[in-house]
Design a protein around this ligand. Structure first.
Ligand code: ADP
Length: 248
């Protein structure tokens, strides 16, 4: 039987800024429909790793493959997005003046441009896709509200919905729970677990309560490489991890 290659495969990735190694022989593998939490103190290299995966930063050395054959170290950002890698930054960037529905529609029809998208009739297929997305991000009851009127947490979910509209295979999400209430944080964990049933998700997160809610394998980065990997309990009991976080 044919072997399905690992969805995302990073090996021996090194990135230097003026001789300083932001990533130092980093290796990481993410499977299809796997969710992984990336933790690590400030400066560990988490952002730089995301930048390498999305083509924003070119590594000096190492392998970065998507679906076993696409070389992420030579493709540009647009080509990598086209492969099905979507990234969500910490600050939500929704169209505040437009309804929740229209934000999703804009994301579905990204390539047609906003003008034609908003002022054309919706197809049946588009209406169906919007329904599914609204359910998934728990905003069905808020579909006609302007995005600008949503709570911080709801805006984050809308942006996740806008990413999903582009049907990525891998979602990279930076601190989704930052600034959320306890209830929103718990709901976000459930939402991401739901998404991860069919898509791979990599979440960079500082909030360990949230990481526990995610209930997934954890990778702890430090000084640009992997310090520990495993369950949250195993990683948080790791002596080197404790030393790094306590700064001893
Ligand atoms: P994290 O996201 O885990 O906090 P980063 O990937 O942002 O870590 O940064 C890793 C290290 O690389 C830090 O010490 C940071 O100062 C350095 N760094 C990141 N980007 C640049 C850059 N463009 N130029 C110089 N140094 C950088």
């Amino acid at each position: 039987a044919p072997v399905t290659p690992t969805l995302l495969y990073l090996d021996d990735i090194t990135v230097s800024f003026d001789g300083f190694r932001a990533l130092n022989s980093l290796s990481l593998a993410i499977d299809h429909a796997e969710m992984r939490a990336i933790i690590g103190p400030n400066g560990a290299g988490k952002t730089t790793m995301m930048d390498v995966i999305t083509g924003k930063t070119r590594p000096d050395q190492g392998t970065a493959l998507f679906e076993g054959s696409h070389d992420l170290t030579v493709l540009d950002e647009a080509a990598i997005a086209e492969l099905g890698i979507g990234r969500k930054f910490q600050t939500p960037t929704v169209f505040e003046m437009h309804s929740v529905e229209d934000n999703l529609l804009l994301a579905i029809k990204d390539k047609r441009g906003p003008f034609l998208t908003l002022f054309s009739r919706r197809t049946t297929l588009e209406r169906e896709r919007i329904e599914v997305l609204l359910e998934r991000i728990r905003l069905t009851a808020h579909r006609y509200r302007k995005a600008g009127e949503l709570s911080h947490g709801q805006k984050q979910w809308l942006e996740i919905g806008m990413l999903l509209a582009q049907e990525p295979k891998l979602l990279l999400i930076d601190e989704p729970a930052a600034g959320m209430t306890d209830q929103e944080t718990a709901d976000t964990a459930e939402l991401l677990r739901d998404i991860a049933k069919t898509k791979a998700v990599v979440v960079v997160e500082h909030d360990m309560t949230f990481v526990r809610d995610l209930n997934v394998k954890v990778t702890c980065l430090h000084d640009g490489s992997v310090l520990a990997e495993g369950s949250l309990d195993a990683v948080s009991a790791n002596e080197r991890v404790v030393e790094v976080y306590l700064g001893r």
